[in-house]
Design a protein around this ligand. Structure first.
Ligand code: HEM
Length: 461
């Protein structure tokens, strides 16, 4: 006997009476600025609210308990929502965009590359890349720290995870990703984009060309690895040689699957950390007391003057304040600024009953600026992340890496990269922000500064 479909009754949270396009003239409805809408919903209706878009209920949540319900307790009732699914045109069936069972299999295969022990082995490479970059800089030099951080982070991911030299090819990944980020709002807003990709619409032509160039770079990388026919022990070798033990046919991944995975990890792994570093440099430049405390830790752990040395893996547990600085920077400017899910069956959240097919959004940016959990939220204060202060807050008031079964696979990697890049660069340089106004954050796939973020360098004495 089949169970009849669940048709309600539904009890949606409070929210907008009419479909979103009806409010198009309001200052809080602006394409490319969903944070304005989130803010309006939160202020008007509280920590759970809804609106409709073409009939689909969309629920915005700013409550740590409800977020836990979605990401952990009721995770099996959700898949990624439409915006992420639309990114399949770029990322194919990689770890971020795929659903189970593909996702589970890919995660099993990629996991060993991100194990703690493995990440530890990357420490020296991260420090070497950061030291090489900082040693090319000159006193008084003015630079766009956003571009510099992107270059550094791309280099680190290429060397550690893909064991490859950063050639013009790899740098091209950065250019293509920048092009695609500029087209992001267009891609996300385009209904059923997959079916229209072939049309000669200027934005789509640009996207198609960028994606083709990206694919070509990644395909070359895979072919080179295959041709070398030795297991270099890096992530790409692992993906190429993987055999899924739970798969009875014990088949490896197709080249297409490997390409999707490589592209996904490149994108997820360098853009995010680069933006976190960029915002960290900006926040340090605005908060001299924090900057001094950071330098005091670096001097104490890594020495000063001729006795100064580069950080090593053994220093990692001692660079506590450096880690707190990175954590606090991701509170104010979380690189992954929002997450979304879609219900595949009816779900109950507190008093609310919401149908299958509803979309759910929650935002790291909004949550970690909520005064109830982070008093005086705009103040940059790394002491919010002392072990005692962290323990005093509910989980999911701070979730820069998500949570549950889809939690960021690269989290340990990101912390290590962040801490070592900050330590290696800050032990040599201080930065002064040259902009006339604060940088404007732009919520694309990641939270980027809208414009180049210009800094002037002064050596530490
Ligand atoms: C500061 C840096 C980073 C931040 C803030 C970040 C954030 C996130 C978040 C929030 C998710 C979960 C998305 C969701 O559930 O909808 C995620 C997933 C993911 N991240 Fe990261 N990430 C960072 C660095 C990295 C790095 C360094 C890598 C790899 C080298 C990486 C690879 C991935 C992958 C592959 C996924 C998909 C995991 C899955 O669904 O199984 N990320 N990341």
């Amino acid at each position: 006997m089949t169970t009849p479909p669940d048709t309600g009754p539904w009890n949606l949270p409070p929210g907008l009476k009419r479909s979103l396009p009806f409010y198009a003239h309001k200052p809080w409805v602006k394409l490319g600025s969903p944070i304005l809408l989130f803010d309006h919903l939160l202020k008007t209706y509280g920590n759970i609210a809804h609106y409709r878009l073409f009939g689909t209920p969309i629920v915005f949540i700013n409550d740590p308990e409800y977020i836990r319900e979605i990401l952990i307790n009721q995770a099996s009732s959700f898949v990624k929502e439409r915006t992420v699914r639309r990114m399949k045109v770029l990322l194919g069936e990689g770890l971020i965009t795929s659903d189970d069972p593909i996702h589970m299999r890919q995660r099993r295969i990629a996991a060993p590359a991100f194990h703690r022990q493995r990440i530890n082995a990357y420490a020296d490479e991260i420090v070497t890349c950061a030291a090489t970059q900082r040693d090319t800089w000159q006193p008084g030099q003015q630079l766009d720290i956003s571009a510099a951080s992107m270059a550094l982070s791309l280099e680190i991911v290429a060397r550690t995870l893909f064991n490859t030299e950063v050639t013009g090819d790899i740098r091209r990944i950065n250019d293509e990703v920048n092009t695609i980020m500029d087209l992001y709002n267009f891609i996300v807003a385009f209904p059923r984009l997959e079916s229209f990709l072939h049309l000669p619409i200027p934005g789509l032509i640009k996207f198609r060309r960028s994606k083709a160039r990206l694919d070509a770079v990644v395909n070359r990388l895979i072919a080179e690895h295959r041709a070398a026919a030795i297991d270099k022990g890096d992530l790409l070798s692992m993906l190429i040689s993987s055999r899924d033990e739970e798969d009875t046919q014990n088949a490896g991944m197709s080249d297409e699957q490997i390409r999707d995975e490589v592209l996904t990890i490149f994108l997820a792994g360098y853009e995010t950390v680069a933006n976190a570093l960029t915002w960290t440099w900006y926040l340090l430049s605005q908060n001299p007391e924090v900057e001094s405390k950071l330098h005091a830790e670096l001097d104490a752990v890594l020495g000063t003057g001729p006795a100064q040395r580069l950080p090593t893996l053994a220093d990692y547990p001692t660079l506590r304040y450096t880690e707190q600085v990175f954590a606090e920077s991701m509170r104010l400017y979380p690189p992954a600024w929002a997450m979304g899910r879609m219900s595949t069956q009816p779900v109950t959240l507190g008093p609310y009953r919401i149908p299958a097919g509803a979309h759910f959004f929650f935002s790291q940016y909004m949550m970690s600026r909520t005064p109830q959990y982070f008093p005086d939220p705009l103040r940059f204060d790394p002491d919010r992340f002392t072990p005692e202060n962290k323990a005093a807050r509910p989980k999911f008031t701070y979730f820069p890496f998500g949570g549950g079964g889809r939690q960021c696979i690269g989290e340990s990697f990101a912390w290590m990269e962040g801490v070592f890049a900050i330590a290696t660069i800050a032990q040599r340089w201080r930065m002064t922000y040259l902009g006339a106004a604060p940088p404007v954050p732009q919520p694309k796939i990641t939270l980027r500064p809208r414009d180049p973020l210009m800094m002037q360098l002064a050596p530490c004495i």
